[in-house]
Ligand binder design. Structure first.
Ligand code: URA
Length: 266
């Protein structure tokens, strides 16, 4: 029989990192092998009911438990934002999405809010969580090259995500998490009011454009998108992270970028 080698704690940590488990989710270690009786959770503290009379309109501090309640609170909170600064401040205080508890910080947006074009990805990854800006890791570097290929950069484009907090281990946000965050990105699009919206990847396209089919079918097609103020044009293309894994698909993304350039320059 082949002996199983002893793994050092360093090797075990490297294994966890490789598997995407690179964030602590609690202050105290949990003994997962403890007998079940010992693992009974303490009673939940009474819920805080927000005092709507004294709450500032721009910064509702809410801590809902149920996803429906959280989504309703998100809609009310997002609607109350009159500017991007207010929206960011509201999100900083919003406690309705559990991802906030495990992320290090809010990843709101990058780029030029006056831009005519807005790109929306799925959710921040590890690098974005560290820096507090969207698309700064490997896929962000590719996005920068895609922008440069059509004469754009971060001073000429506005970039955000459907979900503004990093899901642990870079997992895909759950439909509930996306639904809770959706009012905020919709309001962000309304406040930026770009002429063109570009969905990066299938989840962004499905969430914003309401399409059921996958990105391979939906990319490169123009959609009408009502941004709350007016109808604008929207298109979906491959997510840069997917292009890093499947470089042969870059030729399709290139076509999409050319179509975007044409639409931008008229
Ligand atoms: N992937 C995304 O969808 N968004 C980011 O900000 C980074 C990676």
């Amino acid at each position: 029989m082949v002996p199983v080698p002893d793994h050092t704690p360093r090797e075990l940590l490297d294994f966890y990192l490789e598997a995407g488990a690179d964030a602590l989710v609690g202050e105290e270690a949990v003994d997962r092998f403890a007998p079940v009786e010992a693992a009974v959770p303490p009673p939940r503290p009474a819920r805080q009911v927000p005092d709507t009379a004294t709450q500032s309109r721009a910064a509702p501090a809410i801590a809902p438990q149920a996803p429906d309640e959280a989504a309703m609170a998100a809609r009310a909170a997002a609607r109350s934002a009159q500017s991007l600064e207010e929206l960011r401040a509201i999100l900083e205080k919003f406690d309705g999405c559990a991802l906030k508890a495990t992320a290090s910080r809010l990843v709101f947006a990058d780029g030029n809010p006056q831009s005519k074009i807005m790109f929306v990805g799925e959710a921040p990854g590890r690098d974005e969580d560290i820096e507090g800006l969207p698309f700064v890791g490997r896929s962000g570097k590719l996005l920068d090259r895609m922008l440069a290929a059509i004469g754009l950069d971060r001073k000429a484009a506005y970039i955000a995500n459907i979900v503004p907090w990093r899901p642990p281990g870079n997992r895909t946000p759950t439909p509930q998490e996306s639904a809770i965050c959706l009012p905020f990105i919709l309001r962000q699009i309304e406040l930026v009011d770009p002429d063109l919206l570009v969905c990066l990847g299938g989840p962004s396209a499905q969430t914003l454009l309401g399409i059921k089919e996958g990105i391979t079918k939906s990319r490169g097609r123009w959609f009408d998108f009502n941004n709350g103020k007016r109808d604008i044009k929207a298109i979906a293309t491959f997510h840069p992270a997917f292009l890093l894994r499947s470089p042969l698909q870059k030729r399709f993304a290139w076509r999409d970028m050319l179509a975007i350039k044409k639409a931008l320059t008229g």
